[in-house]
Design a protein around this ligand. Structure first.
Ligand code: SF4
Length: 316
C-alpha cells in the first residue's frame, strides 16, 4: 500500500483519559497490534464538543430513532451541542480518507449499536445508537465500522479488518479516476474474496462489471463499491470458505500429483469439520500456487487479504 490506512477510533480506546470519570478504556490489541498497520485518528465526541473531564455521566433518553443525550443526575440535554459539533467534525473526517472507525461499545455518544435507552424517568426502555456513532454511520454508510467489544470475536475481527483493507485498496486502485480497466483488474483480484463472503454478491458484481459500459463512470463506481461493501459485511463461514478452497483446488487439479491432491482434499475436509483453522488449507494452497506458478490464483487477495502477522486466520 502507498500509505498507511487511516482509521477513526474512540479516543479512550487508545488510552486517552477522556472518559466521564477521568479514566481510559485502553484496548491493547488495537493500540499495539493493529496500530502497527494503521494511523489512528482519535475522536472523543464528548470532550471535543466542549464537555470537561471529569463530567456528569450521560445516557440516551426518549425515541430510539432520535434519542437525546442527557446527563443522568442533572437532566441536562447535550444533544444539540453534540450534533452541531459532529456536523463540522464529520466534514473534516471526510477529507482525510478514512477507511473505517472503531467505536467504544455501549457509550451514549460513541456506541454503534445496542446502547441502553431510558425513559425521562430513568426506566430502561430499549436500545439505540450513540449520537456521534449514528451521525457518522449516516454520513458514511460504506465505511467499515465495529466496536471494540465485538472485535473480541475472531470472526468479526477478521471480517472488519478485511473490509478495511479492501476499502483502502479500492481508494488506491481508483485514485486516478479509475478507468474501466482499473475496475476490471480490481474486481478480478477480489473475486474469490467476494465469493467467500457472498455468492449472491459475487454474481451481482460479476454481472455489473460485464455490463459496465451501460453505466456512467460515477454511477458504476458507486454501485460497485456499495454492492461490494454490502457483500463483505456477511461473514465468510466455514461452508463458504470451503467452497472457495475447492474452487482453488479445481484450478490446480491438472498440475498436482495424486498424492498432493489427496493431501489437499484431506486438509480442506479437516478445515470444514472444524479440526484445523483456515490458515492451514490456505498455507498448503499458497505453497502449490507458488510452486506451479498459477497466475490467476497468485493475484487473488483471498490468499493475502491483510498482514499475516495479525494472525487473523489462525483463529477462524
Ligand atoms: S466513549 Fe466516546 S465520548 Fe466516551 S470517552 Fe470514549 S471517546 Fe469519549
Amino acid at each position: 500500500m502507498d500509505e498507511k490506512i487511516k482509521l477513526g477510533i474512540s479516543s479512550c480506546l487508545l488510552g486517552e483519559k477522556v472518559r466521564y470519570d477521568g479514566r481510559h478504556k485502553l484496548d491493547p490489541f488495537l493500540r499495539n497490534t493493529l496500530g502497527i498497520y494503521v494511523d489512528w485518528v482519535p475522536v472523543c465526541p464528548e470532550v471535543e464538543s466542549g464537555l470537561p473531564v471529569p463530567r456528569d455521566a450521560m445516557h440516551l433518553v426518549g425515541d430510539p430513532d432520535a434519542p437525546r443525550l442527557v446527563t443522568i443526575n442533572t437532566g441536562i440535554d447535550h444533544t444539540n451541542r453534540m450534533l452541531r459539533w459532529a456536523h463540522e467534525k464529520l466534514s473534516d473526517l471526510g477529507r482525510i480518507g478514512l477507511c473505517g472507525f472503531v467505536f467504544k461499545s455501549r457509550s451514549p455518544s460513541s456506541g454503534m449499536r445496542g446502547v441502553k435507552l431510558y425513559t425521562p424517568e430513568g426506566v430502561l426502555k430499549g436500545r439505540s445508537i450513540g449520537i456521534f456513532a449514528g451521525a457518522f454511520m449516516q454520513r458514511y454508510p460504506l465505511l467499515p465500522v465495529e466496536d471494540e467489544g465485538r472485535l473480541q470475536d475472531p470472526a468479526l475481527r477478521e471480517n472488519f479488518i478485511e473490509r478495511v483493507f479492501v476499502f483502502k485498496r479500492w481508494q488506491e486502485h481508483m485514485r486516478e479516476k479509475g478507468s474501466l480497466g482499473d475496475l476490471v483488474s480490481f474486481h478480478t483480484m477480489n473475486k474469490l474474496l467476494i465469493l467467500a463472503h457472498s455468492p449472491k454478491h459475487y454474481t451481482a458484481l460479476g454481472k455489473l462489471v460485464a455490463e459496465a459500459k451501460r453505466y456512467r463512470r460515477e454511477a458504476l463506481h458507486e454501485k460497485y463499491i456499495t454492492t461490494l461493501m454490502e457483500g463483505l459485511r456477511l461473514i465468510a463461514t466455514a461452508k463458504k470458505n470451503t467452497n472457495v478452497l475447492q474452487h482453488m483446488a479445481g484450478y490446480l487439479k491438472k498440475r498436482l500429483s495424486s498424492d498432493e491432491k489427496q493431501e489437499l482434499q484431506e486438509v480442506i475436509e479437516n478445515y470444514h469439520k472444524g479440526l484445523v483453522p483456515l490458515i492451514v488449507p490456505l498455507t498448503l494452497l499458497q505453497h502449490h500456487v507458488r510452486k506451479y506458478n498459477v497466475e490467476y490464483l497468485k493475484k487473488q487477495y483471498y490468499l493475502n487479504p491483510h498482514p499475516i502477522e495479525l494472525m487473523l486466520r489462525n483463529h477462524i
